[in-house]
Design a protein around this ligand. Structure first.
Ligand code: MSP
Length: 640
């Protein structure tokens, strides 16, 4: 039985719009989650927003909004961004959710009742940016190392959590579980921090100073400190304490954070769990920081990178690939568009895209677009080490993905991509095609290449789900479930002899950075050079296509055709069309929908049914959106 997989991102503060850093962590979690689903795990992927505290109040005030209005707006920006980046989270939590608040109260009360929270007067140096007190030794030249401003001296009575009581336990726990915090150097950092005595943690703020928070269940004059509230999201989202989701996923919990929040996750959080008698999470995975022009991203430097803009210019999968390939997990990395374009052109357009289009072109040229049979007599002689190269690539990839070393996983895949490119050069199929006597060799070579591309399509799926789906469509791969699992990848029979393959495509167009910059400055906006447009046509040519509005009257599945639906549509008169959308739409969802069809396409027979037209839809990898109209229109109306 494969273990369940539970992955979390930090819940992001809503005092700023989402940027590259947030996108990186969340894409990383998505990649890990998709990979584990490929392994056969049941997965749960949590993200969300952290909405209480000083920072948020100040940001709301700046915009003259009430805290609630403000957090609703920004939280929505995060929630709406993730699907745009193909991030398939299971649940989006907000710390202002009632369900979450109830759990924070419950845990606080439990820890208070058992005597681990006490009341005391405190004077200390407080950084409003970090929302915490600082010890003198933690300051750099008397300033907060993160915000580079002097903290303010504050004196107040507050509640404290006896973290010191659990210091020895935590040291033992980290030592007994060597991969609890990874990579290794972050574990070392936490252990070195734990060499000094731990201070107790101030976990309250008087309402006189801040009332945008969760009221302490044992003192209504105080709200809880943001971290005590925020960290508990990881269990409140699973319905702690009594919920099947919690029982199933919590024992396998893995968090992803960047190094900025190592201390709350590596120290406060395990101690909170221990004190509340809740099992400790399994792994804390810590990554480095993306810097832009060698500096931290910041509004004042004007170097904040917007992930949506990059997606729109360069394409989503290319952007996701770059992030995973460029940063070594645990180390900092520098972001630049030049580096992104370099990766797109060399790894994606050249190495992978060209390989796919070369192979598909040859299959069309030499075998009429049909996957050639394997000829057992010549199969061995044309192996040329390919089988062991495939095995090595898959096993190195799995090993790296399991350890969050996504950069190494992609490296392993690209070693394999280039081995396949070499295989093309060495076997020279265009030479084999010249003689009848080498026809069998040609069959085997192309079959092997298609199989190799099938393996690659599976391996790149977590990082580039759309490109993987496009590849699988072009290789006409059919697998039982919706997702190509690791088992399928290892099966050595992804490609079916005789299957018809669509014409070759440009998977990743080359990008000219100069043109991108020029377009951006000339248009004030940005063209998308990643869109590979077809050659121009005249109005007259376009006029030959008869596009009509049609209303769906009936829709039904077709026995033994997983992908097809039979639709009866009204376009002034009734018509039957067959559409390949059964995996995306249920028949009942389509009844009454107004769609657009090409009405004068030559009829075609599909699974024994004559289709009299074709509906229009946008295929984006595995996603499919039907072209519809924005108001009710008389069936049969032509589109022009
Ligand atoms: N709200 C807290 C987290 C609470 S979790 C219980 C918080 N929020 S945050 O909005 O500041 O997000 C910090 C996280 O955003 C980092 O840990 C990291 O995941 C991501 N990143 C923000 N900037 C980043 C970079 N420049 N580079 C990489 N990741 C970055 O802290």
């Amino acid at each position: 039985m494969v273990k369940p997989f539970y992955i979390t991102t930090p819940i992001y503060y809503v005092n700023a719009r989402p940027h590259l850093g947030h996108a990186y962590t969340t894409i990383l979690a998505d990649v890990a989650c998709r990979f584990n689903a490929m392994k056969g795990s049941d997965t749960y992927f949590l993200t969300g927003t952290d909405e209480h505290g000083d920072k948020i109040i100040r940001a709301a005030q700046k915009q003259s909004l009430s805290p609630k209005e403000y957090v609703d707006q920004i939280s929505e920006l995060f929630r709406n961004l993730w699907p745009e980046l193909n991030i398939d989270y299971s649940y989006f939590i907000r710390t202002t959710d009632k369900k979450h608040i109830a759990i924070v109260e419950l845990v606080l009360k439990r820890i208070y009742d058992q005597g681990d929270i006490y009341f005391s007067e405190y004077e200390g140096k407080y950084c409003f940016g970090c929302e915490r007190f600082y010890m003198d030794r933690e300051l750099v030249d008397g300033k907060c190392p993160d915000h580079e401003i002097e903290p303010e001296v504050i004196k107040e009575s507050n509640y404290f959590f006896k973290m010191s009581r659990y210091q020895d336990w935590l040291i033992d726990h980290i030592k007994a579980n060597p991969d609890f915090i990874r990579p290794e150097h972050f574990k070392t950092e936490v252990l070195s921090f734990l060499r000094d005595p731990l201070d107790d943690l101030c976990i309250s703020r008087p309402k006189t100073r801040l009332d945008w928070g969760i009221t302490l269940p044992f003192d209504k004059n105080y709200v809880t400190y943001v971290w005590f509230d925020a960290l508990l999201n990881y269990i409140s989202a699973l319905g702690y304490p009594e919920n099947a989701l919690f029982d199933k996923f919590w024992p396998h919990a893995q968090h992803i954070v960047a190094k900025d929040i190592l201390k709350p996750h590596g120290i406060y959080w395990p101690i909170m769990l221990k004190a509340a008698d809740i099992p400790i999470y399994r792994h804390l995975n810590v990554h480095g920081y993306w810097n832009v022009d060698q500096s931290k991203m910041s509004k004042s430097l004007g170097n904040v990178v917007d992930p949506l803009e990059l997606k729109n210019i360069y394409g989503l999968d290319a952007f996701r690939y770059f992030l995973m390939r460029e940063m070594s997990f645990g180390l900092d990395a520098g972001f630049s568009e030049a580096a992104l374009v370099q990766r797109i052109n060399s790894d994606l357009a050249n190495d992978l895209g060209n390989l796919l289009s070369r192979v598909l072109t040859m299959v069309h040229k030499y075998f009429d677009g049909k996957v050639p049979e394997v000829e057992p007599e010549v199969e061995k002689e044309l192996q040329l080490g390919l089988e062991s190269q495939t095995q090595t690539a898959v096993s190195e990839y799995v090993q790296a993905m399991d350890h969050f070393a996504f950069q190494n996983a992609m490296k392993a895949v690209w070693v394999y991509v280039n081995q396949l490119n070499k295989y093309v050069d060495v076997t020279a199929p265009w030479e084999l095609a010249k003689k009848k006597s080498t026809r069998k060799q040609l069959q085997v070579v192309l079959h092997n290449l298609l199989e190799g591309l099938g393996v690659i399509s599976g391996l790149v799926y977590p990082v580039m789900p759309d490109a993987a789906a496009t590849m699988q469509r072009h290789l006409n791969i059919e697998i039982e479930s919706d997702l190509m699992g690791l088992k399928d990848i290892k099966s050595k029979k992804l490609i079916r002899s005789g299957a018809e393959l669509p014409k070759s495509i440009t998977l990743f167009p080359r990008i000219d950075l100069e043109k991108v910059k020029k377009a951006a400055s000339e248009n004030g906006g940005i063209d998308n050079p990643a869109v590979d447009l077809k050659p121009e046509i005249t109005m007259e040519e376009f006029g030959k296509v008869d596009l009509r509005v049609a209303t769906v009257i009936r829709a039904e599945t077709i026995p033994r055709a997983k992908k097809l639906l039979k639709l009866e549509v009204d376009l002034g008169k009734k018509r039957t069309i067959v559409a390949g959308i059964a995996e995306k739409y249920k028949p009942e969802e389509l009844i009454g929908k107004q769609i657009i069809i090409v009405a004068n396409l030559k009829p075609a027979k599909l699974m024994g049914i004559v289709s009299n037209g074709m509906l229009l839809a946008a295929m984006e990898g595995k996603r499919c959106s039907l072209a519809t109209l924005d108001r009710e229109t008389t069936p049969g109306t032509p589109l022009s």
